[in-house]
Design a binder for this molecule. Sequence first.
Ligand code: SF4
Ligand code: SF4
Length: 89
Amino acid sequence: MTHVITALCELDGSCVEVCPVECIVPGKKEDAQWNHYFIDPDTCIDCGSCVAECPYDAIFPEDEVPEEYQEEIAKNAAFYTEGPGYDWA
Ligand code: SF4
Ligand code: SF4
C-alpha cells in the first residue's frame, strides 16, 4: 500500500521533513496539473508520520482516501512516471 496526498494540500512542506524514506516531492501551486505535493507509492513504507504532521489533513492511507479524492491515488503515482517527478525543482 501507500499513502496519498490530496488536493487539500497547501504546499507548506511539513510532511517532507518527517518522511524517513524521503518519498515526498513538491509540485508547483501555479501548475494546475501538479499543484500539490506527491508521495512516491513505490517508496512509501506506510509509516504514517506524514499524516500526523500535515496541518491540513491532506494525507490519507490509500485505502482511506475519501471518495471525492480517489483520482489522487493515480495522480500521486503519475507524478513519478509521467509527470516531473524528482526532476521538479
Ligand atoms: S507514510 Fe511514511 S513513508 Fe509514506 S510518505 Fe508518509 S512519512 Fe513517508
Ligand atoms: S504537510 Fe500537508 S499541506 Fe503540507 S505539503 Fe505536506 S501534504 Fe501538503
